[in-house]
Design a protein around this ligand. Structure first.
Ligand SMILES: Cc1ncc(COP(=O)(O)O)c(C=O)c1O
Length: 391
């Protein structure tokens, strides 16, 4: 994990060459699409290798470069690429690394658009994916075929919080010449450092904790320069999912307060979790540090903390009761996403038709809660009054 001194340097100074812009404390938003050259020779060099500098803001841009340096350092990576969304930071490298005939091993239950990428999109190009229980190392090892080119992880995932053994899977993949990639959005760089465990590529939805204010959609990918240069010069530039300079600036601003936000959110979540664990209408809280002993031990060995996102399962409940409970919340907002200042809720039934609801299936009864920066008593009072409507 990063030491506090390193963290302060990264967030306050790294990449910020203030003399270049009038000693301004906050960096400028270089709102330009293109950059000029003073000679044909310099222009030719830039066209020949866009990874080396600024040519056109579909590639690099000075405001994004400040952000890239900080994000790479936060992940302990050689470099970072930034994208217009988290899902672009996942889709672009996956498209770059694979070709027709290749196979992917992906953990079960990753983010919904990641599922669509592997299930619906890649088969159009004859790339096939096996979805494997990622908590079962032997199952991953058994799924490897000579065609396997990528093992894709999401640890923990963001509804049921299943955890994978990053070090063991990275070692297994390296021995077989297979690349590994993880979606590290749940932990972010302060709570989990996948590169230190040997993972090749780390993607994150920067929309969540990194931006932190529910006002930017963005993505980041970190890893070795050689891999990122290839991804950048081919699919990244071709697909054109660059982050706009204004959004890069908002992300730099968000990063300034990342440690203090994470600390407060984590503490708030602990208080709310303790309330829910003791509540008579709650069957179970789903969280990487609760439940199955082996999973908890693994989570604690590779994660520093768990942040504000978890799920809880209501006891003996009906579809209507879950709906009533969520509809009655006054302060916790019903919305997708998480990682901002505001607490959010999503019931699993938002994606399940009433006829398909199975009350015996715990996953159908799950309600995902993200605890934000509000005082925990404020959130608990809201939950308590909503419970009153279903008791
Ligand atoms: C775990 C996870 N990964 C990836 C994404 C995609 O990120 P974005 O919405 O920034 O495209 C999300 C978005 O909710 C997510 O929750």
């Amino acid at each position: 994990m990063l030491k506090p001194m390193e963290l302060s340097y990264i967030l306050n100074e790294l990449g910020e060459d203030r003399e270049q812009y009038f000693n301004a404390i906050a960096p400028p938003i270089i709102q330009t699409s293109n950059f000029k050259f003073n000679s044909v020779a310099a222009f030719r060099n830039a066209l020949a290798d866009e990874y080396q500098g600024n040519l056109y803001s579909r590639g690099f841009n000075p405001t994004s470069d400040i952000l890239r340096k900080k994000l790479a350092a936060l992940d302990g990576a050689e470099d970072a690429l930034v994208f217009s969304s988290g899902i672009a930071a996942i889709t672009v490298p996956v498209l770059s690394l694979l070709k027709a005939g290749d196979e992917v091993i992906c953990v079960e239950n990753p983010y919904s658009w990641t599922i669509k990428l592997f299930k619906d999109f890649l088969p159009k190009f004859n790339i096939h994916t096996s979805f494997v229980n990622g908590s079962d190392y032997a199952a991953i090892a058994a799924a490897i075929s000579p065609q396997t080119k990528l093992i894709y992880l999401e640890s923990p995932n963001t509804f049921s919080f299943d955890v994978q053994d990053l070090k063991a899977i990275a070692q297994l993949a390296q021995n077989k010449g297979i690349l590994t990639m993880i979606d590290n959005s749940y932990c972010g760089p302060l709570y989990q450092q996948p590169i230190a465990h040997g993972i090749d590529l780390v993607a994150q939805s920067a929309t969540k904790y990194l931006a932190g204010h529910s006002d930017v959609v963005a993505g980041v990918l970190t890893g070795k320069k050689s891999l990122l240069a290839h991804i950048f010069k081919h699919e990244h530039l071709n697909i054109g999912a660059a982050l706009a300079p204004q959004n890069a600036w908002l992300l730099i601003r968000g990063l300034r307060t990342l440690p203090i936000r994470m600390e407060k959110i984590t503490k708030n979540a602990e208080v709310v979790i303790n309330y829910l664990k003791a509540h008579p209408l709650v069957e179970k809280v789903w969280h990487p540090f609760l439940g199955d002993e082996a999973q908890v031990a693994l989570a604690k060995s590779q994660m520093k903390a768990a942040g504000g996102l978890f799920s809880f399962e209501l006891k003996n409940t009906t579809y209507t009761q879950i709906e009533t409970f969520c509809n009655q919340l006054k302060h916790i907002l019903m919305a997708v996403s998480w990682g901002g200042y505001e607490s959010l809720i999503i019931p699993a039934i938002a994606g399940i038709a009433a006829d398909d609801f199975n009350p015996q299936e715990p996953r159908h009864r799950l309600i995902r809660l993200y605890v934000g920066l509000e005082e925990p008593d404020y959130i608990i009072a809201d939950l308590a009054q909503a419970f009153q409507h279903i008791k």
